[in-house]
Design a protein around this ligand. Structure first.
Ligand code: GRF
Length: 206
């Protein structure tokens, strides 16, 4: 079983979607620990309810290099092999990236490289795009930037509000994050520059 470390800051619905897939034995992985930089994150409560190790590691007032060293220590203490960012609202240091080479994933609620950063759904809605979506990508030290594993598209309808659009994107997030993880854990892929090349031919997901 591959040991996953989930790192989050808030609601934790993507974490819960992955935990559900694991509960159905669909990933060949287990969640070794859930860490949050915000002690009050609902995602941490969800982890406790599921009987998982849940660690609050508050980041307020802690410089990034020091914080990331502590985060690495927690993940290592739980023998984490893959780091799954699920709504983690901080950028990781290069030292953290080097600690888990090609083993850190993130999900972002837009079709990268469009609309990186905060409030991606709102950015897309305000821009007036007709299609947006979500992206699972490897993490590097730049914001929402590493090699793309999988994307799913979501249409923007005339009657949409940011809320209805966000909900439609979130359903796709929950679907493709587990799917991307499942394919990656199956092996047979490599990263060449910005490209993730999968022997099994990663589907577009959309
Ligand atoms: C998601 O929209 C994800 O794409 C972004 O942060 C949000 C986290 O939501 N990175 P949740 O905490 O998984 O519910």
């Amino acid at each position: 079983m591959t040991r996953l470390g989930v790192v989050l800051s808030g609601r934790g619905s993507n974490f819960e979607a992955i935990a559900e897939q694991i509960g159905q034995d669909k990933l060949g992985a287990e969640i070794a620990v859930v860490v949050s930089n915000r002690a009050e994150a609902p995602g941490l409560d969800a982890a406790r309810r599921l009987g998982l190790s849940a660690v609050a590691l508050p980041s307020r007032g802690v410089e990034r290099p020091e914080y990331d060293r502590s985060l690495i220590a927690v993940l290592r203490a739980h023998d984490v092999e893959w780091v799954i960012l699920a709504g983690y609202m901080r950028i990781l240091t290069a030292d953290f990236i080097r600690a888990f080479p090609e083993r850190i994933l993130n999900i972002h609620p837009s079709l990268l490289p469009a609309f990186p950063g905060l409030d991606a759904q709102h950015q897309a809605f305000a821009y007036g795009v007709k299609v947006t979506g979500c992206t699972v990508h490897f993490v590097d030290e730049h914001l929402d930037h590493g090699p793309i594993v999988m994307q799913a598209t979501v249409p923007v309808d005339d009657g949409d509000t940011v809320e209805t659009l966000s909900a439609r994107i979130l359903r796709e997030e929950h679907r493709i994050y587990s799917e991307a993880l499942r394919l990656l854990l199956a092996g047979g892929w490599r990263i060449e520059g910005r490209k993730v090349i999968g022997a099994m031919g990663l589907p577009a997901g959309g």
